[in-house]
Design a protein around this ligand. Sequence first.
Ligand code: AVI
Length: 321
Amino acid sequence: MNRYQRCDLPRGEADDFGAALISGLTGTPKNLPCRYLYDELGSRLFEAICALDDYYPTRCEREILIAHAGELARSFAGHGVVELGSGNSEKTVVLLEAFGGAVHYVPVDIDPEVLDRAGQRLLGVLPDLRVTALAGEYGAGMARAAEVIAGPKLVVLLGGNVGNFTRAGATDFLAGLGGRLGPEDALLLGADLRKEAAVLELAYDDPTGVTAAFSLNLLGRANRELGGNFDQRAFRHVAHYEEREGVVGLFLESLEQQRVSVAGRRFDFAAGERIHIEDSTKYSLAELTALAEQAGFELAEHWLDGSRRYSLNLLRPTGRD
Ligand code: AVI
């Protein structure tokens, strides 16, 4: 039996970088959706971010997974594992190993190459694993995963990816996801926590410049794919933590007054004008409890790493509408 299969899910109209760029750069303030950060170079730069000392979420999440993988494997023996936004699946190995490797793993990611690389690596270390990779959006991925896995499922959303939704968007997303879960299913949710601005701003603007390169690659991608003439040196990466909101905002700031041609249009930038490219929302325990409740789940477990910077949460559907 072929242990690795990839299925490319149909993309909606929303997946049109040119249209998104024109709409975002004609908006006030200018903005670009963070999903376009992840072309091949962007995905590699994101992997490099995850290896940085200053970017603590990956390390903290791994620590919590190592501590609780055995417990999770016992509770969810016989479940298929669906991972939304699986990326390189590096941390998930810990969980899959604890399951004894004999599990049906369904990673969902928008980047097919990342899925293939991760899938092959996993099969190399877990000889009893079966992987059905789904290349597409979370929503389409969840719908297909429910068909691919006949029995109960543990859905995992790691890396603090839930933070890239607005708070309202996260509630809607989790409510939609909960609607696809049966009574034996559960959601393992990694969520970054509120903390001091200095720690967060270092995590999102590291001195080695990897995060800046990741952000600026969005302009490089527009040049490559949409015939743009962005000069990446004429923009700088900015990370700012809005404490009251609990949100790290990421921006590309124009260093000078300039006009850029891209996607057959021209866009003017004032000196200091910013393009909003991503939000990373941070949670308190009370906010996570409320998020779970509003989305039709109960927060069954809330685990922290030793530095109490990051959390892994087990959510069980309450079964109400
Ligand atoms: C993917 N996501 C959870 C990352 C985060 O921490 O919000 C994206 C990121 N952007 C810059 N650094 C990391």
